[in-house]
Design a protein around this ligand. Structure first.
Ligand SMILES: *[C@@H]1O[C@H](CO)[C@@H](O)[C@H](O)[C@H]1NC(C)=O
Ligand SMILES: *[C@@H]1O[C@H](CO)[C@@H](O)[C@H](O)[C@H]1NC(C)=O
Ligand SMILES: *[C@@H]1O[C@H](CO)[C@@H](O)[C@H](O)[C@H]1NC(C)=O
Ligand SMILES: *[C@@H]1O[C@H](CO)[C@@H](O)[C@H](O)[C@H]1NC(C)=O
Length: 418
């Protein structure tokens, strides 16, 4: 890598310079941006003093998947259809996000991994080290492709990968999402000191883990630029945004104590204006099903008024009759043109069933975007146009040919070209 950099530097040397024939150790190499942390200043994010946009996609399955039955003998938890994604699937999706102009991925299962035998913490007091391998690989592959990661720490729901109900049940509260999502006892997750401590124990296990592919802990690795309290967190009423301020402050302070350079996202489902003054929170967000430009603008204005950053954490990329007031192209223009918007992540990206490069992985929500699927080419091109514009200020036509992404993709990524 050093020699490639040197060659590039030589090519741009002024013509009257004596072109050295060997690397000069007195000239410091420029910093590798992948070693630099993202920071926040008011309503902007910066890398190396320059504005940086966090744009890309949700790829929720990187740590644990539910969409593929693995070959016999591979780890599989049939009741939840849970299995680890192949390394090739993870690498390919990094190459796809890069080709689309993305700079980041938001991924639930890189942080939410509780309650089943393949989870990082299957039950209280147990740590399943095997579960780290898929997460470690994803963090390393993101780094190889020059991408960054936003990672939720729990989930509002009883999904296959786990969430807040695990911590409630472990503490003896017999609650499930199906039966109890309106039961005031769910507030124990935020308010009960025993449960809050067990959630912090979980966070400590995750964040202090050292990734053997890099020998860098998640806390120290700038690839993970942000942790988020959780995915779509609510109180006892659907979308009530009642996530207690002391809890958000406690969890964000705890994460920043373990990982001082991390940014922190309020994972409340919706922008709750009473949360905007929490000092440790850098980023506020909302999810949009369907997309709504009026709601988007309202959320952005609220966050901007507090001098914080706004991120559209999930939105559907399908234009359907039920969209309230927007088509996807106008939605993208609002995201690109509002200064407090630091990024967005569409819901959600899937690739091939690598090593089978002829079959796409499907997901049952009807929103699996598959790069290379001819039936989705128009939407993929529109998404790529947006990501290129937001991340690089490059305008490409919405019908520009999509660059080919090799399958299988190279695990060494674009490392030499950073
Ligand atoms: C917003 O934050 C930035 C960076 O901390 C600061 O320089 C600026 O004065 C703040 N603006 C307002 C209106 O508070
Ligand atoms: C908190 O949870 C524990 C069980 O882990 C329980 O014994 C205790 O009563 C709860 N506290 C409150 C205030 O409900
Ligand atoms: C990590 O550290 C171990 C022990 O020092 C070393 O053997 C290994 O090569 C290192 N791995 C990387 C990726 O640097
Ligand atoms: C916002 O958060 C506060 C503090 O957690 C909570 O009391 C309130 O119910 C939430 N919802 C709204 C709409 O403000």
């Amino acid at each position: 890598m050093k020699s490639i950099l040197f060659l590039l530097l030589s090519l741009v040397a002024p013509s009257n310079a004596i072109v050295a024939t060997a690397p000069n150790d007195d000239v410091p190499e420029p910093p590798d941006v992948r070693d630099l942390h993202v920071s926040r200043e008011g309503s902007s994010l910066l890398v190396d003093g320059k504005p940086w946009k966090a744009v890309g996609a949700n790829v929720y399955w990187l740590g644990l998947d539910e969409n593929v039955t693995p070959p016999a003998g591979e780890p599989y938890y049939a009741p939840l259809k849970a299995s680890y994604p192949t390394k090739g699937r993870t690498t390919e999706i990094m190459a796809v996000v890069k080709a689309m102009g993305g700079t980041m991925i938001r991924s639930h299962t890189l942080g939410v991994s509780t309650g089943n035998p393949l989870s990082l913490v299957p039950a209280p007091g147990q740590v399943n080290k095997q579960a780290f391998d898929a997460i470690d690989w994803a963090v390393w592959q993101a780094r190889q492709y020059g991408l960054r990661l936003m990672v939720p720490l729990t989930d509002n729901f009883d999904y296959y990968h786990g969430g807040k109900y695990n911590f409630l049940r472990w503490a003896g509260f017999d609650l499930t999402q199906a039966r109890d999502s309106n039961n005031p006892e769910v507030m124990q997750f935020y308010n009960n000191a025993t449960i809050v401590d067990s959630f912090k124990d979980y966070i400590r296990i995750l964040v202090t883990h050292v990734n053997p592919y890099t020998n860098i802990s998640y806390a120290d690795d700038p690839t993970i630029f942000a942790y988020e309290t959780g995915n779509e967190l609510t109180g006892a009423i659907w979308k009530d945004m009642n996530v207690p301020i002391p809890w958000i402050r406690d969890i964000s302070t705890f994460v920043k104590t373990l990982a001082p350079k991390k940014l922190f996202v309020d994972g409340t489902y919706g922008v709750n204006k009473t949360h905007l003054s929490i000092e440790e929170v850098d980023i506020y967000s909302n999810h949009y099903y369907p997309i709504s430009i009026s709601k988007l603008k309202e959320d952005i204005d609220l966050v901007r008024s507090a001098n914080k950053t706004y991120f559209a954490g999930e939105y559907t990329w399908l234009n359907t009759a039920s969209q309230s007031d927007a088509d996807l192209a106008s939605w993208f223009r609002v995201l690109e043109q509002s200064p407090a918007v630091v990024g967005d992540a569409l819901w959600s990206l899937f690739g091939h069933n690598v090593p089978d490069c002829n079959t796409f992985v499907e997901h049952n929500d009807g929103l699996a975007m598959q790069y290379g699927n001819p039936a989705q080419a128009a939407q993929v091109k529109l998404a790529r146009q947006h990501l290129m514009s937001a991340s690089q200020g490059v305008f490409i036509s919405a019908d520009a040919t999509l660059p080919l992404v090799a399958c299988p993709a190279s695990a060494s990524g674009a490392a030499g070209l950073m």
